[in-house]
Ligand binder design. Structure first.
Ligand code: DX5
Ligand code: ZN
Length: 218
């Protein structure tokens, strides 16, 4: 399976997110990662469905929408209508996860389940056959620019072997603190999609191409 670098637009200039989207598109990426934050589940706010809908008009990139929300079930329709291709929801908050995953699928979108660094992999085992993606956070969510938590790779290795044992097909994604030096450890630990905000958008074209190439040509 071809590995993917998904630039996180959270690290873009929020006065012109379209420019960051077009940068990733013109660089030749296939995914863009959109971090949605409610100031409750995580101590930060980012942007909402209208921003996603306006960005959607400018690119056909795969919109990987990461809902860091206490009550994500209330926003599935809105982000589906806005043009999300995949909607991922966290396992930690108190809501009906299976019902919400079903709602995402009923809207014709791919579904993802997300776990924070401190959350054991076992928490997502009940949902593995219902999702197309498992996102293992490699920082405590809320802010870009944090340091990568290498111990999370024991979770991606466990999920990768379980996927093989059970003949499942979900993708494994990591998000947070990912830079060029994390590429080999992540790919060797079963990761398929690497989300990168700061490390991608702070670089010039040459460094972005090298970074992405080390993943997409692995
Ligand atoms: C955390 C966000 C960030 C972002 C990537 O809540 O999800 O992880 O996508 O940020 P960087 O790559 O700048 O750490
Ligand atoms: Zn994210």
């Amino acid at each position: 399976m071809k590995r993917i670098l998904a630039p996180s637009i959270l690290a873009g200039d929020h006065a012109s997110l379209k420019d960051s989207l077009l940068c990733a598109d013109q660089d030749g990426r296939s995914w863009i990662h959109l971090d949605i934050m409610d100031g409750h589940f995580v101590p930060n706010l980012s942007f909402g469905p209208q921003t996603v809908a306006d960005l959607r008009k400018h690119s056909s990139l795969f919109f990987d929408v990461h809902l860091m929300l206490d009550q994500p079930q209330k926003y599935i329709e809105a982000f589906s209508a806005a043009g999300a291709d995949l909607i991922s929801i966290h396992v930690e908050p108190d809501y009906d996860i299976s019902e919400t995953l079903g709602k995402i699928k009923s809207m014709g979108k791919k579904a993802g389940i997300v776990l924070n660094p401190a959350t054991p992999a076992e928490e997502v085992f009940p949902y593995l056959s219902d999702v197309e993606l498992v996102l293992c956070m490699t920082v405590v969510p809320g802010f870009g620019g944090q340091s990568f938590m290498e111990n999370v790779l024991s979770k991606t290795r466990a999920l990768s072997s379980l996927r093989e044992q059970k003949d499942l097909t979900f993708l494994i994604e990591v998000d947070g603190g990912v830079g060029p030096e994390q590429v080999t450890p992540c790919l060797e630990a079963g990761v398929d999609v690497l989300v990168a905000g700061t490390a991608y958008f702070k670089g010039d074209k040459k460094s972005r191409d090298e970074f992405a190439g080390s993943i997409e040509n692995y």
